[in-house]
Design a protein around this ligand. Structure first.
Ligand code: GLU
Length: 562
């Protein structure tokens, strides 16, 4: 076997990619890349009921979007690149397509007496479990099936009798040499003969993951600490099958600031709270009747399906907390900011900037070059949304105007159909200098240019702004505004520079300062006193719209001053 470092990320496709999963993937990737190795992606879809193709696709795309490229695994075309593939011939990378492989190894274990079938019915097992609980002793499988002779075991399996397969745990302690946590030892009395193949014929996670890691040549398993309790079992399977034990690194868990687990459920919780705060009693969402709605509201454990939850958030006009990569994407975060923040969530580069402060901003190339397990803390990590937002604001500020326009355009195409329809990439390039500086997320851009998304007759004038810019000072503003609307017809090119020039010349002609012209026009076309520079504001609206809006405002202002 080669000594090349091979890590893997092995998501179960039962939903979107959780931000914690993205951190695991990122650090797996970094560890492999830093050692010139390979990063492999495997889809753990043995839970057929909860797995879906849509979820797989979503996870692959989220990873690709983050730039966490996998060398081996399911193929995906993304941004002109082909990710994945099977250059070493170790696939397929979907566990549901590997059942024969698992069965072969399970058969081997059974034949060698290292695993055995157990034929008790679930009811029989349940009765034994109850007995143990009543007797206040910990339940453990009693190995009753071990008394079945070996040839009878095989004959009953071959005859198709319902059974599970259990691993015969050796009577020895197992120590996990964890790169982050140090040695973790589990005593033999804490083990039982756990199941490696379920009654439905599917292998358990423990068996599948261990066989796959070995056959795919994985040299280092990086995963969340929630899996630490599984690792001794995996080592037991490795020993039974004669597989090498890879290196392990279990990453700290991620919590919310209040110490609660950061989970998808948080979105549901936030929606419930908003419904209660708003004293909403009837279901405002489709497909959910009032009774159902009331039942959901009362029951902490019940969650609305993702699309219904989204609908509800829309009705309530609230933002749900971002938990999954997709949420952060939709909220307008940049992959570079997410990666930077996730890398620091549990890992400390232990490097100073020139000014003596801790190094915080770096890209994934830096991460790959410097990541090691020594920098990973063993305690839980707290997810700091304020810090992530400030990282995002910094990442946006660091973009060129052109770069910003591309990011904004790609974001709008996926998440804001109205914006994408209204603005071409060129429009966004024109707006970029003004919008970029006002955004912490790409979604913030909408607020800056919201005026351009309105129909001309939907602009609402802010009375105060109109008064200050147009009515005050004996109607001079109104006069100028009317004149501006009329004279605009003589302006040929309608781009920001020509418009700015025109405004200058107009102000000069009328013997007033620029501001005396710009502000009434701004208020007239946007309804409010703040907008991007006037050239861009007018150019994005187009001449007809500007003329129309000025006329409406003149009418409005005349009504106000009468
Ligand atoms: N499929 C497991 C999960 O999504 C992966 C565990 C592992 O990395 O071994 O949690």
């Amino acid at each position: 076997m080669s000594t090349e470092t091979i890590t893997r990320f092995a998501p179960s496709p039962t939903g979107h990619l959780h931000i914690g999963g993205a951190r695991t993937a990122l650090l797996c990737w970094a560890y492999a890349k830093g050692k010139g190795g390979r990063f492999l992606l495997r889809i753990e879809d043995t839970d057929q009921q909860r797995s879906s193709e849509a979820s797989t696709r979503g996870i692959l795309e989220d990873l690709a979007w983050l730039g966490i490229d996998w060398d081996e695994g399911p193929a995906l075309e993304f941004g002109g690149k082909t990710l994945g593939g099977d250059p070493r011939g170790v696939g397929p990378f979907f566990q549901a397509q590997r059942l024969e492989i698992y069965n072969e190894y399970i058969r081997r274990l059974i034949e060698q007496g290292k695993a055995y079938p157990a034929f008790e019915t679930p009811e029989e097992l349940e009765a034994k479990r109850k007995e143990a609980i009543e007797a206040k002793v910990g339940y453990k499988y009693d190995r009753a099936a071990l008394s079945i002779p070996q040839d009878e075991r095989i004959a009953r399996i071959d005859a198709g009798e319902d059974h599970v397969v259990r691993l015969l745990m050796p009577d020895e302690a197992i120590t996990v040499h964890d790169q982050i946590l140090g040695d973790v030892t589990v005593k033999p009395e804490e083990f039982d003969d756990f199941i490696i193949r379920k009654r439905d014929g599917f292998p358990t996670y423990h068996l599948a993951v261990t066989v796959d890691d070995a056959l795919m040549g994985v040299t280092c398993v990086v995963r969340g600490q929630e899996h630490l309790i599984n690792t001794p079992r995996h080592i037991a399977i490795q020993r039974a099958l004669g597989f090498p034990t890879p290196e392990y690194g279990h990453l700290p868990l991620i919590f919310n600031q209040d110490g609660s687990k950061m989970s998808k459920r948080d979105k549901d919780k936030a929606a419930k709270k908003a419904v209660r705060d708003g004293k909403m009693e009837h279901s405002p969402i489709s497909e959910i009747g009032h009774e159902d709605f009331a039942g959901w509201l009362k029951d902490k454990t019940r969650q609305l399906p993702a699309d219904r939850l989204k609908e509800l958030a829309g009705v309530l006009a609230i933002e749900l907390p971002e938990i999954e990569v997709e949420d952060f994407r939709a909220a307008g975060y940049l992959p570079s900011a997410i990666n930077n923040y996730l890398a620091l969530l549990g890992w400390n580069p232990k490097t100073k900037n020139a000014d003596g402060t801790d190094l915080e901003h770096f890209d994934i190339k830096y991460l790959a070059e410097h990541f090691d397990f020594r920098g990973v803390g063993s305690g839980p990590s707290k997810f700091d949304r304020v810090k992530l937002l400030s990282f995002n604001a910094d990442a946006i500020a660091a973009l060129s105007d052109d770069g910003f326009a591309h990011e904004w355009h790609a974001w709008a195409t996926r998440h804001d159909a109205a914006l994408a329809e209204r603005f071409s990439l060129d429009d966004m390039k024109m707006l970029a200098p003004a919008v970029k500086t006002r955004c912490k997320t790409l979604r913030d851009g909408r607020k800056v240019v919201g005026f351009a998304l309105l129909a001309d007759d939907a602009v609402e004038f802010d009375g105060k702004a109109v008064h200050k810019a147009i009515i005050k000072g004996e109607g001079k503003g109104l006069e100028l505004l009317e004149a501006f609307g009329k004279e605009l017809g003589s302006l040929e090119a309608f781009d920001p520079d020509s418009i700015e020039e025109f405004v200058n010349a107009f102000a000069e002609r009328h013997g007033v300062g620029m501001g005396k012209v710009a502000q009434p026009v701004r208020v007239a076309v946007t309804g409010v006193a703040v907008s991007p520079p006037l050239g861009q504001t007018l150019a994005i609206l187009g001449r007809d719209s500007v003329v129309e809006r000025i006329a409406r405002c003149v009418e409005f202002a005349a009504g106000q001053s009468a």
